[in-house]
Design a protein around this ligand. Structure first.
Ligand code: 8GT
Length: 159
């Protein structure tokens, strides 16, 4: 896994261009499922996908005409068998991977139902900071930093 090229996390203004036209952006909806006590869900990327075995927040690409909430609800039902009830769009991030230019739409998911099923034979782990699973997908690392910043803002003496 170590010889996979590292992607570049970029701002919108830096978007790369090829031959004068913008590279196609792939929109991805990503869910940060947070339990009431603060644990969040990470899943490992299934065999056969790029970055197989890397840990990430679950999600996937939009299908035509979908909103973030629709894409996330569909993906998490397909991958995990969950029905999402409370989705809060949170932050966005662009990542320039060798295989794709990806716009990640991170949402906090605070309520869901259904039993967690690994329908793509992935692994899952409920985590808190600092996470104990490795390796973490490069596009996931900033999210862990945002969560740490939020925790610090809420409880400055604990960290
Ligand atoms: N789900 C998810 N994808 C992420 C995260 N961070 C990140 O960079 N990505 C990238 O976003 C893209 C998501 O693609 P995917 O392959 O999981 O989506 P999908 O299930 O719709 O794909 P497929 O059905 O075409 O196989 C990948 O390029 C992945 O590397 C993350 O935290 N969660």
């Amino acid at each position: 896994m170590d010889n996979i090229p590292k992607p570049h996390l970029i701002a919108d203004a830096e978007l790369p261009r090829e031959g004068g036209t913008e590279r196609k952006v792939v929109d991805v909806a990503v869910g940060v499922l947070i339990r009431p006590e603060g644990d969040f869900l990470l899943t490992s990327r299934p065999a056969g996908k790029v970055y197989a075995g890397y840990w990430e927040f679950p999600g996937g690409k939009f299908e035509a005409g979908e909103s973030v909430q629709q894409a996330l609800s569909r993906e998490l039902f397909e991958e995990l068998g969950l029905h999402l009830h409370q989705i809060e769009p949170w932050r966005q991030e662009m990542v320039d991977y060798p295989h794709a230019l990806v716009r990640l739409h991170f949402c906090k998911v605070l309520a869901w139902s259904g039993e967690l099923q690994m329908r793509e034979a992935q692994s899952f782990a409920w985590q808190r900071l600092p996470v104990t699973v490795t390796p973490v997908l490069p596009g996931t690392v900033p999210v862990l930093e945002w969560l740490a910043q939020e925790q610090q803002a809420l409880n400055p003496v604990a960290l």
